[in-house]
Design a protein. Structure first.
Ligand SMILES: Nc1ncnc2c1ncn2[C@@H]1O[C@H](COP(=O)(O)OP(=O)(O)OP(=O)(O)O)[C@@H](O)[C@H]1O
Ligand SMILES: [Mg+2]
Length: 255
């Protein structure tokens, strides 16, 4: 299980993540929500071992991840917010590179890559240079590369970015299937309808602070709200969208 305790990250003494605490047990999917700049990706960078927290701890199976970061990274799969892929490699070459860096046996890696490329409809494009891929194709390669080593903990930062309807549906089913396999999943997103369908738990952040944390049903019942979207809007004091849109048009047309 992954236990995050009182995690804090400050940039120039301003907290981007402020005393965040949560637990993900095998089979659980934690939806991590919050407006732009609320600290989601900063949390992702810390729990993937890319960034040191200012204070707080991240425990995996009871041990602090910084005690053996290499061993921890070997069981984590990560789909980052931005795709940093090598444009001159083909999709298949990129997956081969990742497999080698992960130390996977050649046959296992080839077999998994082959299946995942087919499932994500990337098989026909596997020899094409990544520079020629569309945004959604790059995202699919990123998803495959995060799963190749059969990680125990999978961390998704906006995984639906650029995915078409079919790929998004496959991805949703994949998250549910992975959780049934006993994987721990951390799911960062703005797409609340999907979060409501695939996540068992949810945390809502605002300016780095945890506004809510619990099972989705508990959160909705507690707030007496019909949907996660309504509970989110109730908790996060969003601006009036209609009023803002009118003001923007006014700013353009009247000056
Ligand atoms: N390297 C950095 N240096 C200084 N401030 C940073 C740095 N990275 C992030 N921040 C600040 O930390 C806060 C949280 O950023 P973060 O990227 O975690 O937000 P987010 O919730 O992922 O937002 P989004 O929904 O836009 O992806 C923001 O105020 C951001 O400006
Ligand atoms: Mg982000």
């Amino acid at each position: 299980m992954l236990e995050v305790r009182s995690l804090t990250k400050c940039y120039s003494s301003i907290p981007a993540v402020d005393k965040v605490t949560f637990t993900i047990r095998p089979g659980e999917v934690l939806g991590y929500l919050g407006p732009n700049g609320s600290g989601k990706s900063t949390t992702v960078k810390i729990i993937t071992g890319l960034l040191e927290p200012t204070s707080g701890t991240v425990l995996f199976r009871g041990a602090n991840i910084k005690d053996d970061l290499a061993a921890y990274k070997a069981v984590v799969g990560h789909v980052p917010e931005e795709a940093n892929l090598y444009p001159f490699l083909s999709g298949l070459e990129y997956l081969e590179l990742i497999s080698r860096l992960r130390g996977l046996p050649y046959r296992t890696a080839a077999c998994r890559a082959d299946s995942l490329l087919r499932l994500f409809a990337m098989y026909p494009h596997r020899h094409l240079a990544i520079s020629a891929y569309s945004k959604g194709m790059r995202q699919r390669i990123l998803l495959i590369s995060a799963l190749l080593h059969n990680p125990e903990l999978i961390i998704f930062d906006e995984p639906l970015s650029g995915l078409d309807v079919t790929s998004a549906l496959i991805f949703r089913k994949l998250v549910s299937a992975l959780s049934r396999e006993g994987k721990m999943i951390f799911y960062c997103s703005h797409v609340l309808e999907v979060v409501e369908k695939v996540c068992s738990h949810v945390t809502i952040l605002q300016q780095g602070k945890q506004l809510a944390y619990g099972r989705i049903e508990e959160l909705k019942n507690f707030q007496a709200m019909p949907s996660l979207e309504a509970a989110f809007a109730h908790l996060v004091q969003e601006v009036d969208a209609e009023e803002s849109a009118m003001a923007m048009v006014d700013a353009i047309v009247s000056t």
